[in-house]
Design a protein around this ligand. Structure first.
Ligand code: AMP
Ligand code: GLY
Length: 417
């Protein structure tokens, strides 16, 4: 098969790494990719959000499967443009990706599907939102309604914090509306399923670390590390999430005439009253993907094809009897301003350690070496017999990375240990 992956992060490196192992693969491209991906795929100078350019490339090169990594091309309608051109696509339509793109849409679907989630109200102007907050009082979760790269949410513990968050959202990129939510209390977990719209193939649970610094301190980020499986996400909870959330939400999407296919990411709060939806994403998590795919003991490529073709029934996923943990190494300053173009050494030495793979995120090739080219730069990933062992291997490998301008959390996995 000839496969094109869209995206340039650690998630896309992990997707390419898995696809590259498939005996069915003949040729792999990634647009635009990064320095790590370029070692296993041909990277293209192609805008992943330019549907016309993506379709033209797929038609010219006879691409058998288009895999959409991040959400931006979904929102830009690239999956629809490709499907309309007869190209097989792993990734939901723009209409189905609204589960991620619009928090108010996701809430409506949850309500219709009776999927448990925090009570909410949405407002189109700052004055109405502020009046609601002042009346109800803190704590309150304040969210931008549009995509804000994981940075559009403030859990306001005081009314003043909430008021400031409302102003920031109406002044910022996610701009048009604000969602105000009841604060849920519990442990967070991410859960991933593959679906062709009808059939669900459960993948795995994982736990991310969203804050920048040790002890879950500092600003929210895209994610600083993750592990899978997540001990808090038990088999009993998984069964409840499938029955109470995944199946009814997918049925509701079918009933609306916009069936959801691809990977569905369910962000959960494991509350005393059971699992509740925090958010949906229409893509794999990053860095969760990097610690889930190495555990998969089944060829990923036919599963992606089955999601695209509506033939997931009868497919199975086998898993290694192992845990996996990813430590993100980021540029100092992230998620704020940071430098780019700094030389990074030691990646080969890190990967020489047992069970270790270094997934690149924001990297570029330079002078025969690797240079930093983004906020989250590397995802140092290790498999091990359990989380403690995987963590020890991952941190042993992180210590071999030579990049004074980088930083990482030293406590990835603390919740599980
Ligand atoms: P989201 O972008 O919706 O995933 O929100 C980002 C983060 O904000 C989540 O990972 C949670 O840590 C937190 N959060 C979002 N919604 C809630 C909620 N209703 N209650 C408590 N924390 C929340
Ligand atoms: N790790 C969180 C996300 O991918 O949104």
């Amino acid at each position: 098969m000839r496969v094109l992956v869209l995206g340039s992060g650690g998630r896309e490196h992990a997707l390419c790494w898995s696809i590259a192992r498939s005996p069915l693969l003949r040729k792999l491209w990634c647009a635009p990719g990064n320095a790590g991906i370029s070692q296993i795929a041909e990277c293209l100078d192609l805008d992943p959000c330019d549907g016309g350019a993506v379709v033209a490339f797929c038609a010219r090169e006879g691409v058998d499967l288009l895999v959409v990594g991040p959400e931006a091309p979904l929102e830009a309608g690239v999956s629809d443009a490709a499907r309309a051109a007869g190209i097989r696509v792993f990734g939901p339509s723009r209409a189905a990706a609204m589960l991620e793109v619009s928090k108010t849409f996701a809430k409506e679907v949850c309500l219709a599907a009776k999927a448990p989630t925090a009570a909410h109200a949405a407002f189109g102007t700052p004055d109405l939102a502020k009046a609601y907050l002042t009346e109800r009082g803190a704590p309150m979760v304040v969210k931008a309604d549009g995509l804000a790269a994981g940075k559009g949410v403030v859990v306001a513990e005081t009314t003043d914090e909430g008021l400031a968050a409302i102003d920031a959202i109406f002044d910022g990129p996610g701009g048009g509306a604000v969602v105000m939510e009841e604060k849920l209390v519990g442990e967070e977990a991410s859960y991933f399923v593959l679906t062709d719209g009808e059939t669900v193939l459960p993948l795995a649970g994982a736990q991310d670390h969203k804050r920048a610094f040790d002890g879950d301190d500092g600003p929210n980020t895209g994610g600083m590390g993750a592990y899978s499986p997540a001990p808090a996400f038990t088999d009993a909870i998984e069964r409840r999430v499938l029955a109470e959330i995944v199946e009814p939400v997918l049925a509701e999407m079918r009933a609306r005439g916009t069936p959801y296919s691809g990977v569905l990411y369910i962000g959960l709060m494991l509350t005393g009253a059971g699992p509740q939806v925090i958010e949906f994403n229409a893509r794999f998590g990053d860095p969760e993907c990097q610690c889930i795919l190495p555990r998969l003991d089944t060829d990923l490529l036919p599963l992606l094809v089955a999601c695209a073709d509506g033939s997931l029934a009868g497919q199975r996923a086998a898993w290694k009897d192992a845990a996996c943990l990813t430590v993100v190494v980021a540029a100092r300053g992230y998620p704020g301003a940071y430098a780019k173009g700094e030389a990074i050494g030691g990646i080969t030495a890190a990967e020489a350690a047992e069970g270790v793979t270094v997934f690149h995120a924001g990297t570029a090739a330079r002078d025969g070496g690797i240079a930093s080219n983004g906020g989250r730069v590397l995802g140092v990933t290790a498999l091990g017999p359990d989380i403690a062992a995987a963590r020890e291997r991952a941190y042993g490998a992180v210590a071999r990375i030579d990049w004074p301008g980088g930083f990482h959390r030293a406590d990835i996995g603390w919740r599980a240990l």
